[in-house]
Each structure stands twice: as structure tokens, then as C-alpha cells.
Design a protein around this ligand. Structure first.
Ligand SMILES: Cc1cc2nc3c(=O)[nH]c(=O)nc-3n(C[C@H](O)[C@H](O)[C@H](O)COP(=O)(O)OP(=O)(O)OC[C@H]3O[C@@H](n4cnc5c(N)ncnc54)[C@H](O)[C@@H]3O)c2cc1C
Length: 282
């Protein structure tokens, strides 16, 4: 049945992180920007009995640099990340990615914590956070923990977060010498990524190519990325083509783009992203 009214729920506004965590569970969902949860509730794809409002909770917002780690609070909006001088100076690709999300309204409401917890295969942050080897900070009744982004996104709209845990922040390593870039083909309807590819090159870490929007969760094309040794265009082109091998026949198709088209697009965007990443490496 199609409906635009959510099922009945109670609304809780906790005053502290501990209170919020105590309210969570199978039947309760945190509410951040509401840009994915509210539409899902209106379509009754989500029917939580309780909404736990995270707005105004101390400790969940703000962007700080602590040595070689950039910390972005879970409730930080995409607009704030896009406009942040701290992010632009330390991990520029993240500010660029935030600026590519949806439209102005979405960027002013949607949050980095909500985007990670929702784990939409067409979202932008997950792809980039996996490429950057970021960690998702979580808090729950068993305490706080950090989950590597590479283990956090476990499938289509699925994460390693327990139902009674909250994302509190995203921690991104600031790595000297690493160049990073993100290339996205936007859906003309929503702005979501039909395909998005993040690449990194340089520094003390191996090159990375991560593909979003093609499979259920961000896909690391590790063997393809390993072929890149520098700015030689032929090598980058060969690595980009090899991204198709990493995808295999796992590409998702829909009414906008077939799996085959998505897989091809991933190779094109991988070439562009890696070319820019190599140019940015110092
Ligand atoms: C028209 C439109 C276009 C969009 N385009 C893009 C795009 O181009 N790229 C892109 O990446 N995204 C896009 N989005 C998604 C948007 O960026 C939001 O970030 C995303 O919907 C989730 O963030 P939110 O803060 O709105 O979370 P909510 O909708 O409030 O929550 C989403 C889910 O995460 C859970 N949750 C929220 N916060 C936490 C937390 N701190 N801890 C644990 N669980 C939590 C909620 O319970 C819910 O299950 C678009 C959305 C719309 C409506």
C-alpha cells in the first residue's frame, strides 16, 4: 500500500549521549538530518516505534584536527564539511565530496553520521572514507569503539553498527604526501552517485581505487590500484580497465543504468580519479 504517513511513533529528545544510547534498540532509531529516515518512514519502509532525536546532543558535532587525525562529529552537516577550512587544508577530497552531495537543502540537513549509518550504496562519503582508511567512532551500552570504514560498510544499507550503538564521529587519517580524488556521475533525478570512484596515491600507503554505487557497499579494487606506480598514462589506463575484473558480474542494475553500464562507468571514473590523485600526490 502506498502511503505518505508514517506509522505511529514516540519522539524522544535525550539530553546526553548516555541517555540517547539507553533509548536505542531494535524498535528505536536515531534521527539525524532525517533526509533518508523520514522518507523511508513515510513509505513505511521503516516503522520505528521510537525516534531518538540527536539534534543538540553535546559531543556529536564539530570538526577538529588532533595531530594527524581529522575528527568530524556525526551530526556535522555536509554543508559544514564542504565549507570547513580545516577539512580543506587537511583532507581536501572530503570537502570536495561533501560539496557534491545532493543539492543545497540536502547538504544543509544531511549529516556525515547519518550517511554512514544509512549505508546507501549510492552515497558518496562511504566510498571516500574507505579509500582514505578512515574509522567510524561508535558509542553503545558496551562502551565506545572505533570501526575501520573498511569493515563498517558490510552490504546494501548494512553496517557493522549494532542497533543500540550510535555513530559519534568519523576519524580520518591525515597522511603526508597522499593525493586523493573522487569522481562521481550524478543521477540527474536525485544527485546521488550512479557511480562514484575514489582514488588515492602516494605517501607511505599503497594506492587505492574504491568504487561506489556499483555493488552493495564500497568495493576496493586492490589489485587494479596496485598496478599504478606513477603518472604514466598507460599504466593508469590499464589499472582503470582492471577495475572491471574487481567488479566481475556483481554490478547492480536499475531503471537508470544497467549493471554493465555501471561497471563500464566505474573504469572511466577510476582513470580520472587516479590521474588526479597522482597529480595531487607530493
Ligand atoms: C533528494 C536527496 C538527494 C540526496 N543526494 C545524495 C547524494 O548525492 N549523495 C549522498 O551521499 N547522499 C545523498 N542524500 C542523502 C543525504 O546525504 C543524507 O546524508 C542521508 O540521507 C542520511 O543522513 P541524515 O543525517 O539525513 O540521516 P537520517 O535520515 O536522520 O538517518 C538515516 C539512517 O541513519 C541512522 N542514523 C542517523 N544518524 C545516526 C547516528 N549518529 N548513529 C547511528 N545511526 C544514525 C538513522 O536511524 C537512519 O536509519 C540525498 C538525500 C536526498 C533526500
Amino acid at each position: 500500500m502506498y502511503t505518505m504517513r508514517p506509522s505511529e511513533f514516540t519522539f524522544q529528545r535525550p539530553g546526553s549521549l548516555d541517555e540517547a544510547v539507553a533509548l536505542l534498540g531494535d524498535e528505536a532509531r536515531p534521527l539525524a538530518g532525517g533526509h533518508s529516515l523520514i522518507p523511508a518512514m513515510k513509505l513505511r519502509l521503516a516503522t520505528p516505534q521510537t525516534l531518538v532525536d540527536l539534534s543538540g546532543l553535546p559531543g556529536l558535532d564539530g570538526i577538529t584536527r588532533d595531530g594527524d587525525v581529522l575528527r568530524i562529529g556525526a551530526m556535522t552537516t555536509h554543508a559544514t564539511v564542504a565549507a570547513s577550512g580545516t577539512v580543506s587544508e587537511s583532507v581536501p577530497v572530503l570537502a570536495e565530496t561533501a560539496a557534491l552531495i545532493g543539492d543545497r537543502q540536502v547538504r544543509r540537513r544531511g549529516t556525515i553520521g547519518g550517511s554512514c549509518a544509512h549505508a546507501d550504496p549510492a552515497a558518496d562519503y562511504p566510498t571516500v572514507l574507505v579509500a582514505l582508511d578512515a574509522a567510524i567512532a561508535a558509542a553503545g551500552p558496551r562502551g565506545a569503539r572505533e570501526i575501520p570504514a573498511r569493515e563498517f560498510f558490510t552490504g546494501l544499507f548494512a553496517t557493522a553498527l549494532a542497533p543500540d550503538e550510535l555513530v559519534t564521529a568519523v576519524h580520518v587519517p591525515i597522511r603526508a604526501g597522499v593525493g586523493a580524488a573522487y569522481e562521481k556521475h550524478k543521477s540527474p533525478r536525485s544527485g546521488y552517485a550512479v557511480v562514484g570512484v575514489a582514488a588515492t596515491f602516494g605517501g607511505e600507503v599503497p594506492p587505492e581505487i574504491v568504487v561506489g554505487g556499483v555493488t552493495g557497499s564500497p568495493l576496493r579494487a586492490t589489485a587494479a590500484a596496485a598496478q599504478v606506480t606513477g603518472s604514466d598514462a598507460n599504466t593508469i589506463a590499464a589499472a582503470a580497465s582492471a577495475v572491471a575484473d574487481a567488479i566481475g558480474d556483481a554490478a547492480i542494475g536499475d531503471t537508470y543504468a544497467s549493471g554493465e553500464y555501471r561497471a563500464h562507468l566505474a573504469t572511466v571514473l577510476a582513470g580520472r580519479a587516479m590521474t588526479r590523485a597522482v597529480q595531487r600526490a607530493t
